[in-house]
Ligand binder design. Sequence first.
Ligand SMILES: [Zn+2]
Length: 178
Amino acid sequence: MDLIQTETPSAFPALCRECRFDTALIRPEETAELVAVNVSAWRQLLTSRDPARLSRRPMTGTNSALEHACHLWHASQDFDRVLWTELPHEGTVDQDQIQAPGFDRSNEQDPWIVAKGLEEATTSITTRLQGLSSRQWQHEIPWGPRLHTIESHVNQLLHQMVHRQHLVILSVLDMADR
Ligand SMILES: [Zn+2]
């Protein structure tokens, strides 16, 4: 099976041609549940497979399942920090969270720790998003050279979760073909 794989989905597609995720269908009030469902799927993937298979890259220049998960973990932790800065809050950013590893070390991580780290970061995000007003969902946050609204950024994170899982599933099927 020949695969056309896009490792990083583009910023704001309506309907992704590859994984079929459609950000236009997501309503802010559904976000927390969708994040939880996706994180649960990632946990299942990371904790039910042989770690050696999780760190296998399907082909040169692509990511292993573990690397995809670490990218998500990073993206979630970064977003959580930005939300902490941008939204009214009490206390400090949660220093007890396990820190996501550098990208060069992603493939050496314990999948159980990655699953836990991803869960912690995304739970923190959905807690911060609870009870946002419709105006706050449209609040713009700095993200690299761009400004994203909180709503568009959550949609993008959800798309990354789905898209990366789609790539992992395709790569498993692809390896089984050989
Ligand atoms: Zn996609």
